[in-house]
Write a protein that binds this ligand. Structure first.
Ligand SMILES: NC(=O)c1ccc[n+]([C@@H]2O[C@H](COP(=O)([O-])OP(=O)(O)OC[C@H]3O[C@@H](n4cnc5c(N)ncnc54)[C@H](O)[C@@H]3O)[C@@H](O)[C@H]2O)c1
Length: 376
């Protein structure tokens, strides 16, 4: 299988390459030597987590050293708790103690947690040094490694402190995905399905056609879905780099209910992707009620999610509690909950919905039978 290469062009930023394929991690050092922002560096700090350390750190270090880089590494605990100011402080201190300068490079080797933490610390260390994303989860390949959002969490909420900082290069080695468990796999598939629904009929029907192969992790289908998601996200980010024009909001499709589910069920009870898939189902239901989406769309989206191993979520809660949780989301404005709704595949609207309509829709949605919700 040939490697795929995409050039991400965002106004006001240096273009960067995303390379997707099997074994691209082995060429990481050479790729950095070919990248203008990292070619002349001598020192590289690889930041990874304890799970990925075992699996892929030796290969990444060898690739960097073979290309003549002086490579050090820092391993943080796996999991969302590492996206904290405490851990960021440890990372900044480690950067200083290994002697990174403004000519050095940080490589984020891992999932979205490592990507966000490494991106944030690199973009603030000495007022910013280049970061290279080497994503190893499907979610981080299809979403978080491209687009330049970095963050850590505060007690007050997720991603409260962060920067916009585009990576210098993205190295997406899809062979690393073979070691992901099914929960993490379907988590990434949910974000990919979200992209397909927002993007176009072409992407949506391709994904519907390829759902079995994607679930089975067939390399050609996986590389292609990563490519399509990167192209889609790069297009959105190019129009709205700092989330100020409303375009980037489309990426929140399914996330309004998803965040409420994660809050009420307890963070980690369901995978983020399972919550997003349920949020997409609810958003489609709301779209049918409020902005005239056709039942065929609701049905087709549900069939895609089912085929990707994302059946409806066996969870419910009091609509009032869900509404309160939705309003805590930092994206609620002027008291109304805002949803990304779909008139059809590829046609989204941002809609501020009155509380009474949200409550009514939640009651209606959760009173459906399992078959109706899952449209199995
Ligand atoms: N910056 C953005 O635009 C953006 C977008 C979406 C999500 N995010 C953030 O991404 C984070 C979630 O990312 P994630 O889902 O990748 O989670 P994660 O980074 O926690 O990774 C999930 C788990 O998989 C393990 N893992 C990683 N690669 C592996 C591999 N190849 N084989 C086996 N195990 C592996 C990790 O150690 C971890 O236990 C959240 O913090 C979220 O806020 C950021």
């Amino acid at each position: 299988m040939q490697n795929l290469r995409i050039v991400v062009s965002i106004p006001g930023e240096a273009d960067y390459d995303v390379r997707i394929g099997q074994e691209v991690l082995a060429g990481l050092g050479e790729q950095l030597r070919a990248c203008p922002a990292t070619a002349k560096a001598s020192q590289v700090l690889v930041i990874t987590d304890a799970n990925v350390e075992r699996l892929y750190l030796p290969q990444a270090m060898e690739a960097l050293r073979n290309a003549g880089y002086e490579a050090a590494n820092l391993v943080v605990p796996a999991g969302e708790d590492s996206k904290s100011l405490d851990v960021a402080g440890e990372v900044w201190n480690a950067m200083a103690s290994v002697g990174l300068t403004r000519d050095s490079v940080v490589v984020a080797l891992g999932g979205g947690v490592v990507g966000d933490l490494a991106g944030f610390t690199a973009s603030t260390f000495m007022r910013g040094i280049p970061v290279v994303q080497a994503p190893t989860t499907l979610l981080s390949m299809v979403d978080s490694s491209v687009g330049g959002k970095t963050a850590v969490n505060l007690e007050a909420g997720k991603n409260m402190v962060g920067t916009f900082c585009q990576p210098a290069y993205v190295c997406a080695d899809i062979s690393t995905l073979n070691t992901l468990d099914e929960r993490e796999w379907t988590c990434g598939l949910a974000e990919a399905a979200k992209s397909a629904v927002i993007d176009s009929d072409e992407f949506f029907f391709w994904m519907t056609d390829q759902a079995q192969d994607l679930f089975a992790r067939k390399p050609e289908a996986v590389a292609e879905v990563v490519k399509r998601c990167v192209v889609f996200k790069a297009g959105v980010v190019a129009e709205d780099k700092t989330e100020s024009k409303g375009v980037r909001e489309c990426l929140n499709y399914g996330h309004t209910l998803a965040h409420a589910i994660e809050t009420l069920a307890g963070y980690g009870t369901f995978s983020h992707g399972a919550a997003v898939a349920e949020g997409m189902r609810f958003a489609a239901y709301l779209s049918e009620r409020l902005i005239g989406a056709e039942p065929d769309f609701v049905q087709a989206q549900s069939a895609l999610l089912n085929a990707l191993g994302l059946p409806y979520l066996d969870w419910t809660a009091d609509p009032h509690d869900i509404l309160v949780a939705m309003k805590h989301d930092k994206k609620a404005r002027a008291g109304k909950v805002r949803f990304v709704l779909m008139r059809d595949v590829g046609a989204w609207d941002l809609v501020a919905v009155d509380d009474a309509d949200v409550l009514d829709a939640l009651a209606g949605y959760f009173s459906q039978t399992a078959d109706e919700r899952g449209r199995a």
